[in-house]
Ligand binder design. Structure first.
Ligand SMILES: NC(=O)C1=CN([C@@H]2O[C@H](COP(=O)(O)OP(=O)(O)OC[C@H]3O[C@@H](n4cnc5c(N)ncnc54)[C@H](O)[C@@H]3O)[C@@H](O)[C@H]2O)C=CC1
Ligand SMILES: O=C(CO)COP(=O)(O)O
Length: 342
């Protein structure tokens, strides 16, 4: 299969490496970087030193930059490996292509501060429906630190699409001895899980950074899963999706794994850094910082309670101090626990 991956950050590169090394070169994989000098350097050095230190490219992986027309025309599968913020512009550009287009980003669109009142941020598949409705599309998600995938450590992902043949194509492209890919038709659930777990990982990073203990972290993860599920169900997702890889699986990974950039934001805020300093120090995108307000706004529109997300938004917007954030949650009124989404 000819696979064209756009965006050469940590995850775009790792997934391109994985497909290129799959089944003894069964696929022809081209990775596109927007920075020509960086692309040339990666092609020669056979590594992405900026984003994935220490991982060596399979021989067949080709890294390019510049015009995309020929690569797009040749491709049987196009993978967008950019952050959520770049998704819309790429979908506009690719709106008429023949090949299926799938994305790797996890988030809800950020709403700019100067947006008109009532503007809501969208999930990736909603953006696609708006700007490229005829595109066959899907998402690859699930618990997967790029570093570990690049080192071929065992990983399981979800390929979600409303088009069954796109999910099947994703399985054919990426399933391997070290990377299991499960098809799923619930794209809403998979995208809500991938976006909300980032916001929740900021909260658990904060909790751990403040050394509030393992009990508190388990409580945040469990109650976080409940609020993720509530929002997802209100948006039309299947509840069981949240017990799967892109829900509970990615939440556990990101909320507890120190490779997570979102968790790191929470840890750094607990240390007293400003949000700007924390984001600057990562050198990578932490999508939860940009999605949190949209997640909360979408929840409020649907009358869904998301107290942990609300606290993270208050923290990111500077309305509460890091040291007060978890206390704000613990001092809420008592209520009944009513199953996963209660
Ligand atoms: N790193 C990881 O372990 C995983 C990341 N993801 C998701 O994948 C997405 C990308 O994350 P990372 O690769 O980790 O980010 P990163 O911060 O490592 O790299 C982002 C890359 O996107 C490029 N980029 C930014 N705007 C662009 C544009 N307009 N056109 C083309 N390229 C552009 C940047 O130059 C950079 O190479 C995020 O939504 C993230 O949540 C999902 C699963 C795992
Ligand atoms: O999505 C991820 C793992 O599945 C990566 O999480 P971070 O963006 O927090 O590093």
């Amino acid at each position: 299969m000819k696979i064209f991956v756009i965006g050469a950050g940590a995850w775009g590169t790792a997934i391109a490496m994985s497909a290129a090394g799959n089944r003894a070169g069964a696929h022809s994989v081209t990775l596109w970087a927007r920075d020509a000098a960086q692309a040339q350097h990666m092609q020669q050095a056979r590594a992405n030193a900026r984003y994935l230190r220490g991982a060596v490219f399979p021989d067949s992986l080709e890294v390019v930059s510049g015009h995309i027309a020929q690569h797009v025309a040749d491709a049987e599968l196009i993978v967008l490996g950019t952050p959520m913020a770049a998704l819309r512009e790429w979908l506009v550009q690719l709106a008429d292509v023949q090949a299926p287009v799938v994305w790797l980003c996890k988030g809800f669109e950020a709403v700019p501060a100067n947006a008109p009142a009532g503007a809501v941020g969208l999930m990736a598949h909603e953006v696609c429906r708006q700007v490229a409705p005829q595109l066959r599309n899907g998402v690859l998600s699930g618990p997967s630190f790029a570093d570990e995938v690049a080192r071929q450590q065992p990983t399981a992902l979800v390929a979600a699409s409303a088009h069954a043949e796109v999910a099947e194509l994703l399985v054919a492209a990426f399933h391997s001895d070290t990377l299991r890919v499960y098809a799923n038709s619930d794209i809403v659930g998979v995208e809500v899980g991938g976006a909300v777990k980032n916001v929740l990982a900021i909260a658990t990073g904060l909790c751990d950074g403040l050394q509030l203990g393992l009990n508190a972290r388990a409580a945040l993860i469990t109650r976080g899963l409940a609020e993720m599920t509530r929002l997802g169900m209100a948006l039309g997702a299947k509840p069981q999706t949240f017990m799967g890889l892109s829900g509970l699986g990615d939440l556990v990974l990101t909320a507890t794994g120190d490779l997570s950039r979102n968790r790191k934001v929470g840890l750094l805020l607990a240390k007293g850094m400003t949000l700007e300093q924390a984001v600057q120090s990562l050198g990578h995108v932490a999508e939860g910082v940009y999605s949190a307000r949209t997640v909360l706004a979408r929840a409020q529109l649907l009358d869904v309670e998301m107290p942990i997300t609300e606290t993270v938004v208050d923290l990111l917007d500077g309305r509460i101090a890091a040291s007060d954030a978890v206390r704000a949650l613990m001092t809420r009124e008592p209520r009944e626990e009513e199953g996963a989404a209660g």
